[in-house]
Design a protein around this ligand. Structure first.
Ligand code: PGA
Length: 252
């Protein structure tokens, strides 16, 4: 077992309320046991905006860092119902997911995503930038060209490779129970890595996560791939037991 830092990032999506602090408390307790043996992992829970500040007041949950799931592409203005990167930062979040396919299909263009990333970096939020192809794009052998376009259109070369975490989430795997096979994963992660190094013109390696139907049963497949630095976990992060079982089985 290497000693590399591994991220376990939960994406609660539209789930949870104030009573869900129970889940956070339990994840904290169970993960502190795992921490004794496997120090080098980081747990981030990206929860709905209205819960961030409330959860952040429970200072004893030391193992858990909070994050948000999206922000508006402007930092202020007449945008009814919108939440800015500044507001998210002030509420206590340290991370933010940007470019999730569920938001892309809801109107998030590469241009908007680029603006969001810029604002979030300015506010010193850690970015989790999501990329990935749809089933149709995969069938048409467009995976690499789609990923390349997402990277080139949404990132700014000036950001630098260390300011951004990339989450490869094939759209056909999100919430479906499907996952790519090992060969596909190796090929795609290798492509993403090379593409990012070329884009940022650096020899430094990017931080790469996998997301899409990660659970305690399939985590073993991913743990053997050294190119992967962590996971973006949706449905299974809404249950403390399921989430913790993923971490436990990763280290098995
Ligand atoms: P899933 O979601 O784990 O439920 O497939 C992942 C995500 O949307 O980030």
């Amino acid at each position: 077992m290497t000693n590399k830092l591994v991220y376990f990032i939960g994406n609660w999506k539209m789930f949870g309320d104030f009573t869900s602090i129970k889940i956070i408390n339990k994840v904290n307790i169970l993960s502190s046991k795992i921490k004794k043996k496997h120090k080098n992992h980081k747990i981030v829970l990206c929860v709905p905006n209205i819960l961030i500040h409330y959860f952040s007041k429970f200072k004893t949950n030391k193992n858990i860092t909070l994050g948000a799931q999206n922000c508006h592409h402007y930092d202020e203005g007449p945008f009814t119902g919108a939440v800015s990167a500044s507001m998210i930062k002030k509420s206590g979040a340290k991370y933010i997911i940007i470019g999730h396919s569920e938001n892309r299909s809801d109107g998030d263009s590469s241009k908007k995503i680029k603006m969001k990333i810029k604002l979030a970096i300015k506010k010193k939020l850690n970015i989790i930038f999501c990329i990935g192809e749809t089933l149709l794009e995969k069938r048409n052998k467009k995976t690499f060209s789609v990923i390349r376009k997402q990277i080139r259109e949404s990132l700014d070369k000036k950001i630098g490779i260390k300011k951004i975490i990339i989450a490869y989430e094939p759209v056909w795997c999100i919430g479906t129970g499907n996952t790519p096979n090992k060969t596909e994963l190796l090929k795609t992660f290798d492509f993403i890595k090379k593409e990012l190094k070329k884009f940022f013109n650096t020899s430094l390696n990017p931080t790469l996560l996998y997301g899409g139907s990660v659970n305690s049963k399939n985590i073993g497949l991913f743990s053997s791939l050294s190119l992967i630095n962590g996971f973006l976990i949706g449905g299974a992060s809404q249950s403390s037991n399921k989430f913790i079982d993923i971490i436990k089985n990763y280290y098995k």
